[in-house]
Design a protein around this ligand. Structure first.
Ligand code: PLP
Length: 433
C-alpha cells in the first residue's frame, strides 16, 4: 500500500522491485536474535517486511520514504565548511549538518522509515523508547505526520534531564510512559518497550531508536540512517573534489556512526572514528556495578543485551553495569553489533572523550561556528580539538543534533565545572542555588 493513497515515485516511474535478502543478522561474531519465543513471530514478520519493502522497494516503499524524508524531513542536509575551526586547526573541517534535519537530529531518518514501514505492514500502534528524547521526539513527529497513535517509554531520570523533548512528544500527540526501574535511563526503557511489544505484537510496531536489538533492527536502522553517508560521500566529491581523510561521529547505540560511516566503509583511505562518552572515568567499579562512562566499544566485553550479541559494559558475572554520560543519548551500556564487528576488524577506530572535554566542545562549536550542538554531538568536537593533528587534510564531522534540548543541562554542568572556554556564568547563579 501507499499511505494516504498517494502514488509513489516507483509507481510513477514504473519501478520493478525485487526482494532483498536480510541475511542471517550476524556481523562476524556479533548480532543475532536472542529474544523470548513470544517475540519470534513479530521478528519474523518484521524481517519479511524489511526484505520486501526496504530491500525490495515493494509497492514503492523506498520511493515514498525518500520523498517524505526530503519533503517532511528537509533532506539533503548540507555539508558545510567550518571556516573558523578550519583556521584554528590549520586543516579542512567540514560539518555534515544533521542538526538541520526536521526535529533537530539524525533520528528522524530512522523514525520516519520505521513508522512508514509499520503502516505498510498494517500495524495500528507505534511504541518506542527514548534516552535523550531525540528518538522519541522524532518518532512522535513521524507518528503525527503519518497519523499513527504512539507511546514512548522513557526513564524517569531522562525525563528530568530532557524536559523540552518530553513536552515536544506530548505536543505531537504521543503519550510518554515513565520507566522507574533500575537507574531510569535508556537500558530500562528499551527493556520495557520490548515487554510491551511481546504482549501486543499483533497490532504494534516497536520503532527501536538505534542500530541495536535483535535482527533485523541493526541492519534496518543502518539502512535508513545510511542516507547520511550517501549524501556526505557525494557532497565531499562534489564540494571538495575528493573523499575526506577522516570521518568523525559520536556513538551511543551507534545509529549516528553507522549512518555516517556506512557508505565510506569500502573506502579504505577514509579513517572512521567513533567517539564514545568517556564520562568521568574509563574504569568500571565492579563492587558498585557502575561504569562512570558509556565507552562500550573502547572498554566493553562480549555479551548479550536487548536481543543481540555485542560489546557491553558488564561486570565479571556478566551483569550489565550502569553507564554514565553527561549526555543522555550516549548513556547506554551496549552498542550496535555491526559497529562492534567493524571495530574488531580494525575498520572503525573507537575513541572517547570525557564529560569535561565534551562540554568544551559544546562551547567551542557554539562560539566559533554559531552552531549549538547536542551534548552527544559535542563529544565529536571534543575529540576533534584534542586530535586534530592526527586527522589528515580533510575531516568530516557529523553534527548529529542541535543543542536546544540540552540547554538546562549545559547551564547546570557548566556552572558546576571549570570549563575554560565557557561564557561568564555568574548571571545564572541565582537560579541554580
Ligand atoms: C543528537 C544525538 N546524537 C547521537 C545520539 C546517540 O545515539 P546513536 O549512537 O544511536 O546515534 C543521540 C541519541 O539520542 C542523539 O540525540
Amino acid at each position: 500500500m501507499s499511505s494516504e493513497g498517494e502514488r509513489s515515485d516507483a509507481e510513477t516511474t514504473g519501478g520493478d522491485p525485487g526482494r532483498g535478502d536480510a541475511g542471517d543478522g550476524k556481523f562476524g561474531r556479533y548480532g543475532g536474535q536472542y529474544v523470548p519465543e513470544a517475540l519470534m513471530p513479530a521478528i519474523g514478520e518484521l524481517t519479511d517486511a524489511y526484505e520486501r519493502y526496504v530491500l525490495g522497494n515493494e509497492d514503492g516503499f523506498m520511493d515514498e520514504f525518500r520523498r517524505r524524508i526530503r519533503e517532511f524531513g528537509g533532506r539533503p542536509t548540507p555539508l558545510q565548511r567550518a571556516d573558523r575551526l578550519s583556521r584554528r586547526y590549520d586543516t579542512e573541517v567540514y560539518l555534515k549538518r544533521e542538526d538541520l534535519l526536521h526535529g533537530g537530529a539524525h533520528k528522524l531518518n530512522n523514525a520516519l522509515g520505521q513508522v512508514l514501514l509499520a503502516k505498510y505492514m498494517g500495524k495500528e500502534r507505534i511504541i518506542a523508547e527514548t534516552g535523550a528524547g531525540q528518538h522519541g521526539t522524532a518518532t512522535a513527529m513521524a507518528a503525527a505526520h503519518l497519523d499513527m497513535p504512539c507511546e514512548v517509554y522513557m526513564g524517569e531520570r531522562d525525563i528530568n534531564r530532557q524536559r523540552p523533548n518530553v513536552f515536544r512528544m506530548k505536543i505531537n500527540g504521543s503519550a510518554v510512559v515513565p520507566v522507574t526501574t533500575g537507574r531510569g535511563t535508556l537500558k530500562e526503557a528499551i527493556s520495557e518497550t520490548m515487554r510491551d511489544w511481546a504482549t501486543n505484537v499483533e497490532d504494534t510496531h516497536y520503532v527501536i531508536g538505534s542500530v541495536v536489538g535483535p535482527h533485523p533492527f541493526p541492519r534496518m536502522v543502518r539502512d535508513f540512517q545510511s542516507v547520511i553517508s550517501e549524501e556526505a560521500r557525494r557532497q565531499s566529491l562534489e564540494r571538495i573534489g575528493r573523499l575526506p581523510d577522516s570521518v568523525i561521529a559520536c556513538a551511543g547505540g551507534g545509529s549516528n556512526t553507522m549512518g555516517t560511516f556506512h557508505n565510506f566503509v569500502d573506502d579504505g583511505g577514509v579513517d572512521l572514528l567513533a567517539v564514545e562518552a568517556g564520562g568521568s572515568s574509563l574504569a568500571v567499579d565492579e563492587a558498585e556495578g557502575v561504569a562512570p562512562n558509556s565507552a562500550s566499544l573502547s572498554t566493553g566485553s562480549e555479551g548479550v543485551l536487548h536481543g543481540a550479541r555485542t560489546k557491553l559494559l558488564q561486570d565479571g558475572d556478566g551483569q550489565i553495569v550502569e553507564s554514565h554520560s553527561v549526555s543522555s543519548g550516549l548513556d547506554y551500556a551496549g552498542v550496535g553489533p555491526e559497529l562492534a564487528h567493524l571495530v574488531d576488524e580494525g575498520r572503525v577506530t573507537p575513541v572517547n572523550v570525557d564529560d569535561d572535554t565534551a562540554l568544551e566542545g559544546f562551547h567551542r562549536l557554539s562560539q566559533e561556528e554559531g552552531i549549538i550542538p547536542a551534548l552527544e554531538t559535542a563529544h565529536a568536537f571534543g575529540y576533534l580539538h584534542e586530535h586534530h593533528e592526527e586527522l589528515g587534510e580533510v575531516t568530516v564531522v557529523n553534527v548529529s543534533g542541535r543543542g536546544d534540548k540540552d540547554l538546562d543541562t549545559a547551564i547546570e554542568e557548566t556552572a558546576q565545572r571549570d570549563v575554560p572556554n565557557a561564557p561568564d556564568m555568574s548571571m545564572f547563579e541565582g537560579e541554580l542555588r
